[in-house]
Design a binder for this molecule. Structure first.
Ligand code: SF4
Ligand code: SF4
Length: 165
C-alpha cells in the first residue's frame, strides 16, 4: 500500500522548512507541520504519565489519551509555547505549534504525480513509498493508516534493561 513516508531523522535536523503543500481548501496550509506533530507525538514522545507539557498548558489544549499519546486541541491552543519549555525531553519543537492550524490529508486520492511536499522538500525527507509492513529493524513505523515514519522510536519497554543495571 502506498503511504506518505517522512524521515524525521532528516526532517528534524532541517532549518527553515521550504516545503509547499497541495491541500486544496486552505492556500496557507502547511501540512508538514501537522504531520511532524502527529508523527513525533506517536514515536518520540515519552508519553509521560504526569506529563509536564499537559500540566504547563494554561488553556487545557493538551490531553494525554488513554494510550499515552498526546492530543492537541488546536482551537484552544494559543501557540504560547509553554509546553515546548516544559517538556524535559525537547520533544515539542516550536514550529509544531503555530497559531495557524494546518492539516495533512496525505493527498489520499491524488492520481497523478507526487504531492507537493515530496517534490519541494530539498532534503528528500518526504516520499511516497509502497510499504506493506513496518520494518522495526530499520526504524520504520506506521502512524495511522496513511503515514510511515523513519525515526529512532522511544519505547518504555526498551528502557527496562537500562533501569535494572
Ligand atoms: S503552545 Fe498551545 S498546547 Fe502548548 S502550552 Fe501553549 S496553549 Fe498549550
Ligand atoms: S513532557 Fe514531553 S515527553 Fe512528556 S508527554 Fe509531554 S511532550 Fe511527551
Amino acid at each position: 500500500m502506498k503511504r506518505l513516508f517522512v524521515d524525521l531523522e532528516i526532517c528534524n535536523r532541517c532549518g527553515d522548512c521550504q516545503v509547499s503543500c497541495d491541500y486544496f481548501y486552505h492556500p496557507q496550509n502547511n501540512g508538514i507541520a501537522s504531520l511532524r506533530e502527529y508523527a513525533t507525538f506517536a514515536t518520540i514522545c515519552r508519553h509521560c504519565e504526569q506529563a509536564p507539557c499537559v500540566n504547563s498548558c494554561y488553556h487545557n489544549a493538551l490531553e494525554r489519551q488513554p494510550d499515552g499519546h498526546l492530543k492537541r486541541y488546536k482551537m484552544r491552543c494559543t501557540s504560547c509555547k509553554s509546553c515546548t519549555v516544559a517538556c524535559p525531553f525537547g520533544v515539542i519543537f516550536q514550529d509544531f505549534i503555530p497559531y495557524l492550524d494546518s492539516r495533512c490529508d496525505y493527498c489520499v486520492g491524488l492520481t497523478a504525480g507526487a504531492p507537493k511536499c515530496v517534490t519541494t522538500c530539498p532534503e528528500k525527507a518526504i516520499e511516497v513509498r509502497d510499504i506493506g509492513e513496518e520494518d522495526l529493524e530499520s526504524d520504520i513505523y506506521f502512524v495511522g493508516e496513511h503515514l510511515a515514519v523513519h525515526t529512532r522510536k522511544w519505547s518504555r519497554e526498551d528502557m527496562q534493561p537500562l533501569k535494572k543495571k
